[in-house]
Design a protein around this ligand. Structure first.
Ligand SMILES: [Zn+2]
Ligand SMILES: [Zn+2]
Length: 313
């Protein structure tokens, strides 16, 4: 299960109702901030999620509407010292700009408030824990080294306690070993195999996040059957040419990708001030009826095909 908190949902400049791009993905005790547009720290406060454990930042690309908030965030961290280490993951071009911003403008030779690791990403897994991983994949937008992120729970076989009861396996280490896929020998000599107490494989939840993107054909395979796709929709179809010129997507293109890839849920973000939200929604829903348009502070929970809005205005 993943939870996603939209902190900013506006494209290129803020509007009265939308802050600049930023989003938090939560899984158990882990939190990942994706992009950090100007004003993100105030959105974090307003959303109630706070700064604690917000120590991993994934940047989709180096455009200013996605990174300027890092300066303010770092400056606040230097006073509050809420975290010991901060990792910022980005492609090399974005990282160079972020480095200029943090070390050239904010710190200017001062000691960083915490260890700051600027991690240059390559396509592939960038973070892994026991039951989930985060991978980066290339995205085409203006400029080099743009990335999207895939959050993926490992598939697992659920433990069936009723079967364990029938076999009279006492709770404790034996059950844990079975869950870990190992056969056990009970004190009475019986050998129990994992198959006897585990259900069929249950695929883990997959959440795909795509920031600014000028193409969708190269995203189909990573989006294939995802439980949730979060993707930009900066333009409407009436201005498809302009979308193409600036390497952005229309709501229709985003929805077509969702449709073709068989994703189960779609949330559009990076919404331009030039359109009404309901027009963006209508265009997407013509193709993908379950499409949603994110608003600042919306919270969605995604779990095996289901995506529920559990908070927001
Ligand atoms: Zn942008
Ligand atoms: Zn951009």
């Amino acid at each position: 299960m993943f939870e996603t908190v939209f902190l900013g949902t506006s494209a290129s400049a803020p509007s009265i109702h939308r802050g600049l791009t930023a989003q938090v993905i939560k899984h158990d005790e882990y939190r990942f901030l994706i992009d950090c547009g100007e004003g993100t720290q105030r959105q974090i406060l307003k959303s109630g999620i706070g700064f604690k454990r917000l120590n991993r930042i994934l940047i989709t690309h180096g455009h200013l509407d996605h990174i300027l908030g890092l300066a303010g965030l770092l400056s606040t961290f230097s006073r509050w010292e809420t975290i010991d280490e901060l990792e910022i993951f980005a492609g090399s071009w974005a990282l160079e700009r972020i480095s200029d911003l943090i070390f050239g403008v904010v710190l200017r030779g001062a000691r960083p408030p915490m260890k700051i690791h600027l991690v240059e990403i390559q396509p592939g897994v960038l973070f892994e824990d026991g039951d989930f991983s985060v991978s980066a994949f290339p995205v085409n937008h203006r400029g080099p080294d743009c990335y999207g992120y895939l959050f993926e729970e490992k598939s697992r076989r659920p433990f069936l306690p009723e079967k364990a009861e029938l076999l009279e396996i006492p709770p404790g280490p034996w059950r844990r070993e079975l869950v870990a896929g190992q056969s056990i020998r009970l004190p009475d000599g019986r050998v129990i195999k994992p198959d006897q107490v585990l259900g069929p494989v249950r695929p883990g939840t997959r959440l795909v996040h795509v920031g600014d993107s000028g193409r969708t054909d190269n995203l189909r395979s990573v989006c294939h059957l995802a439980d949730l796709l979060v993707i930009e929709a900066t333009y409407l179809n009436t201005e498809a040419e302009m979308a193409n010129d600036f390497a952005h997507l229309t709501a229709r293109q985003a929805a077509e990708l969702a449709q073709e890839a068989g994703v189960k849920n779609l949330i559009l973000t990076h919404i331009s001030r030039r359109y009404r939200e309901r027009d963006v929604l209508a265009e997407a829903r013509e193709v993908f009826p379950l499409a949603e348009v994110a608003r600042d502070f919306d919270v969605f929970q995604v779990k095996r095909g289901e995506c529920l809005k559990i908070g927001g205005y």
